[in-house]
Design a protein around this ligand. Sequence first.
Ligand code: SAM
Length: 186
Amino acid sequence: MKKKQNKMRNLYDQTADYYDNRYWPIQIKKYNEFLDVLTPEPLILDVGGGSGLLKRVINSPLVIFDVSIEMLRVGQEKYNSINLIAGDAESLPIRDRSFILITSFSMLPNLQNPLKGLLEMERVMTPNSKLVLTVLDKKISELGLKGLTEQTNLDIELRSPSIEDIGGILTVRHKPLNSDNQEKMS
Ligand SMILES: C[S@@+](CC[C@H](N)C(=O)[O-])C[C@H]1O[C@@H](n2cnc3c(N)ncnc32)[C@H](O)[C@@H]1O
């Protein structure tokens, strides 16, 4: 197991029972910033979804993916209707193009290789999917997040859900038709 993944898993396993009370007042601000995107969707994949706090603000069915078994356990005790998957977000055991809406609140900088995690989320998106992503500004600046996104095939519409956080809505970049394609179509 990777060193950072192991460290994060231990950290969140140990704090899982206190997480909801401690972080709800902070996390709700982030969720609220994206309610327009979150509410009408049928099924959400929440990468690094932890204890399922997001479920407090949405009715949609949720698949929570997380490295911490204890965070997932806390989620399962609260909601028996959520689906849980344990693993590392740098290697999602999920088929290509299988989710219309993906969320990832406050998780990306926890990864040993955040770009790898972002590319994995891109892989499971369809051409029309949306990815709602937030990161702690202290860990990845706005420029850093843009730079990361530029290394993928995703576009980002930046939003800042709180003073500490930056984030945005990411969509798959549709490449403009090049002259070859245009000729073939004419
Ligand atoms: C700050 S918490 C955010 C939890 C949740 N997204 C929320 O809004 O409450 C970060 C979460 O990322 C998870 N995490 C850290 N490293 C991970 C990895 N390599 N793969 C998957 N999840 C990871 C942690 O276990 C933890 O649940």
